[in-house]
Design a protein. Sequence first.
Length: 84
Amino acid sequence: MEHIEIMGMVAAVLTTASFVPQVRKTWIEKSTKDISLTMYLAMFLGVVLWLIYGIYYESVPMILANFITAVLLLVMIVLKLKYK
C-alpha cells in the first residue's frame, strides 16, 4: 500500500469516527433538540456524492469512510425525526 493510501485510510478513520460520539449520545439521551436536521441532510447528501466519487475512482479509503459516515448520518437523521 502506498503512503498516500495509508494517509487516506487514517483520514477516513478519523473523520468517520468523529460522528460516533454524537450518534452514541443522541441514541442514549434520546434528545435531538440541539441538532440541525438541515445540516445533517446536507452532510448526508455530500457524503453520498463523495461515496459515488470514491466508487468511480475505486478509492478504498473514500468508499469505506463515506459508506460508514453515510450510515452514521442516516442514523442521526432517523433519530432526529423520531425524537424531535
